[in-house]
Design a protein around this ligand. Structure first.
Ligand SMILES: Cc1cc2nc3c(=O)[nH]c(=O)nc-3n(C[C@H](O)[C@H](O)[C@H](O)COP(=O)(O)OP(=O)(O)OC[C@H]3O[C@@H](n4cnc5c(N)ncnc54)[C@H](O)[C@@H]3O)c2cc1C
Length: 372
């Protein structure tokens, strides 16, 4: 007679759900049965969009200050990029690392990553049900029920709201179980400003961007209705409507040094792109001293963040206080919460996918160990 297997339901066939499902089955092949529910017609659609289609899947520079929370840092301290690279190597994915430490599949194609994860699940006979949006979960006598399906373990790997139609179903389900939801907003996105930027549209500058005590050095791209570029993306994790974004266009000099370096309007005009110089001078009423102050503090008032459809991540989500370091819920035994639906967000450079993989690795090992 066949041994009764432990049934594991996984909500979400994205980064964390696909990796978790493969790993848990690999670690406990004769003990578990895995079923993935994916609301889209295909799994892993978001993976294909990552890194401009190249999938920046991790980063060689892991450390403090890259995530919003201690919880995120604790998780990555257990699973570093070498661990993740080895997991992908087993899946047949060789990686390469660029000068900034960003790790990509050697193919520079997100398709390779998704194919490898998908095939690994199929090879282990994990069940994948697409076009199936989980709308409710029942929990009775230590079993989880999704319609007619019953599970011993349930894995929430449903991601955040970014790049989706802003659906908070899973957040609602999890809060029904008592988990707290930290207010969310789009992150790693452009910012609409109250101050007009149309005349600067398309211009890129290097700047130090500061917002609410956070500082980022990098490119700022002016858009028709606000600011974009990598430094703004990073700052967006800390921004809300009404905040003021400060750009320092020459952060290597202090104001006194700039006054010497830029003695006249001619020099000023040749130091910045023409329209930027014009905008600053208009704000300064053509007063060079005032213009120099603006170089160090070019202010933009935030109207709003870009919509979720145009953001890379969700900031906020399930409160990590309600989750153990094994990723198991503190409130409901055998319920695990992975990836971006948790209130863990990282900066640009592969850190968000790294967290998704790391959470999947830890949870799969914890469950498989418990079944031994
Ligand atoms: C354009 C873009 C570029 C990005 N680039 C990078 C990058 O280069 N590097 C990086 O580290 N991060 C990047 N990110 C962020 C990264 O993609 C996410 O952080 C990561 O995918 C989160 O993994 P996850 O498993 O938590 O969720 P996801 O990968 O989003 O997977 C969640 C899955 O759950 C499904 N789902 C949701 N609700 C339900 C439901 N009720 N029933 C059934 N299925 C459901 C979704 O359809 C989805 O397939 C990018 C994001 C975007 C949008």
């Amino acid at each position: 007679m066949d041994k009764i297997k432990t049934k594991i339901g996984v909500i979400g066939g994205g980064a964390s759900g696909l990796l978790f499902s493969y790993l848990v089955k690999k670690l406990a092949p004769s003990t578990v049965e895995v079923c993935i529910f994916e609301k889209n017609d295909k799994v892993g659609k978001k993976i294909l969009a990552t890194g401009n289609g190249k999938c920046n899947l991790s980063n060689a520079n892991l450390g403090a200050g890259l995530y919003n929370s201690r919880f995120g840092e604790d998780i990555i301290s257990k699973i570093d990029e070498k661990y993740v690279k080895n997991v992908f190597l087993e899946l047949g994915i060789i990686t390469k690392t660029d000068k900034k430490g960003r790790i990509y599949p050697y193919s520079l194609s997100a398709n390779s990553v998704l194919d490898a994860l998908y095939e690994a699940n199929l090879n282990l006979n994990n069940k994948i049900i697409t076009n199936y949006e989980v709308k409710d979960i029942k929990y009775e006598n230590k079993m989880f029920y999704i319609d007619e399906f019953a599970f011993d373990y349930l894995i929430m790997a449903c991601g955040g709201k970014a790049n989706t139609k802003n659906n908070n179903l899973i957040g609602e389900i999890l809060t029904k179980f008592g988990h707290k939801w930290v207010a969310d907003h789009p992150g790693l996105c452009s910012i609409e400003t109250v101050d007009a930027t149309a005349s600067l549209n398309g211009i890129k500058v290097k700047a130090n961007v500061s917002i609410n005590n956070h500082n980022f050095d990098g490119e700022v791209l002016f858009k028709n209705n606000g600011l974009s570029g990598i430094a703004i993306f990073e700052a967006s994790r800390y921004v809300k409507s009404g905040d003021i974004i400060h750009l320092d266009l020459m952060s290597e000099y202090d104001e006194a040094a700039l006054a010497k370096l830029i003695p006249d309007l001619k020099t000023f005009n040749h130091t910045f792109p023409k329209m930027v110089a014009k905008d600053i001078l208009a704000r300064a009423n053509n007063d060079l001293n005032k213009a120099i102050k603006i170089i160090k503090d070019y202010k933009f008032s935030v109207k709003k963040l870009a919509s979720y459809e145009n953001a890379q991540i969700m900031v906020g989500g399930i409160d990590t206080d309600d989750v153990k370091n094994s990723l198991e819920s503190k409130l409901v035994p055998n319920l695990y919460i992975l990836g971006e639906v948790l209130n863990v967000d990282g900066t640009c450079g592969g850190y968000n996918l790294h967290f998704a993989w790391a959470s999947a690795i830890i949870a799969s090992k914890n469950i498989a160990d418990g079944l031994k």
